[in-house]
Ligand binder design. Structure first.
Ligand SMILES: C[C@@]1(CC(=O)O)c2cc3[nH]c(cc4nc(cc5[nH]c(cc(n2)[C@H]1CCC(=O)O)[C@@](C)(CC(=O)O)[C@@H]5CCC(=O)O)C(CC(=O)O)=C4CCC(=O)O)c(CCC(=O)O)c3CC(=O)O
Ligand SMILES: NC(=O)C1=CN([C@@H]2O[C@H](COP(=O)(O)OP(=O)(O)OC[C@H]3O[C@@H](n4cnc5c(N)ncnc54)[C@H](O)[C@@H]3O)[C@@H](O)[C@H]2O)C=CC1
Length: 215
């Protein structure tokens, strides 16, 4: 089973097999987020040449990529030859690497989801290869739902109160009790849902004072 995680990309060394449109998309995706990227391919598209990532032009039926695989944390398979793709997948897998196989969703270890930021929240959706377009279009529905709800204002207010709580309430247990009290306070939530931001903030701060004054 695959699980969702948010990973710091600048910790990753990513090896990409294939430098066509999909390989270039992966190289850009990882390098824009700070990862170190190396591409191995017979030929690469021009978009890839301007990314500033390492490129080795090799025929993967002749070149042995073992050292490159050892170097990598994540290996991407994006060659257009299914026999070669499977061979590369098996090799990287047997060397203990996490593989993003863009050519076969059923065996990929790592999935690249459809992603969007809505009201401060980062939303990622995937069908894990079953039906990509519905996954992509679901982002429009999710965006519409969130934007038309009280969540964006709740996000702003909660973020502000959480920052203040981290400063004001030194004890972790008390801070956690504060978050609990906040979300259980009907008056606070009603103010948020009514869009009364200043009053909601004031209510949140009053609850904070109460927690601070407890023994
Ligand atoms: C498992 C996964 C791979 C992974 O995690 O790496 C996967 C797998 C496969 N996709 C295929 C086809 C297409 N994928 C796209 C586009 C995107 N696909 C992406 C993710 C994923 N695709 C992962 C799970 C997604 C999910 O299901 O939720 C995005 C989000 C990220 C990205 O790829 O950069 C990106 C958005 C780009 C953007 O928005 O810009 C297009 C459209 C296009 O290229 O423009 C087509 C052609 C049209 C079509 O097929 O719809 C095929 C070949 C099918 C076959 O051979 O029949 C496979 C392999 C298979 O299905 O086995
Ligand atoms: N996950 C996704 O979003 C998508 C995945 N795909 C899958 O990804 C595959 C690749 O798609 P594209 O990038 O569009 O193909 P492409 O034809 O643009 O690029 C293929 C790349 O593989 C390299 N390659 C092929 N044989 C090689 C060899 N022997 N040695 C070294 N390099 C070799 C080529 O030089 C090229 O750089 C498709 O065949 C399909 O299975 C396709 C569309 C979207």
């Amino acid at each position: 089973m695959r699980i969702p995680l948010w990973v710091e990309a600048s910790r990753l060394k990513v090896l990409v097999f294939g430098g066509g449109s999909v390989g270039a998309r992966r190289a850009k995706f990882f390098s824009a987020a700070g990862a170190e990227v190396r591409v191995l391919a017979k030929k690469v598209v021009p978009e890839l040449q301007v990314l500033g990532v390492e490129i080795k032009l090799v025929d993967l039926y002749q070149y042995d990529p073992s050292d490159d695989i050892r170097w990598a944390d994540v290996v991407v398979v994006a060659v257009d030859d299914p026999v070669l793709a499977e061979q590369l997948f098996r090799k990287a897998e047997s060397m203990g690497k996490l593989v993003n196989d863009a050519t076969d969703a059923s065996r990929t270890h790592v999935v690249v989801p459809y992603e969007r930021v809505v009201g401060g929240l980062r939303i990622a959706v995937t069908s894990e290869g079953a039906a990509g377009t519905p996954a992509r279009l679901s982002l429009d529905v999710i965006e519409g739902c969130i934007k038309n709800s009280w969540i964006p204002l709740f996000f702003q207010i909660y973020k502000q109160l959480k920052a203040e709580a981290k400063e004001a309430i030194k004890e972790t247990k008390k801070r956690l009790a504060y978050y609990q009290a906040l979300v259980e306070d009907e008056e606070f939530l009603e103010l948020v849902k009514a869009g009364r931001a200043q009053e909601a903030l004031a209510r949140g701060r009053a609850i904070m004072s109460k927690i601070l004054n407890l023994a």
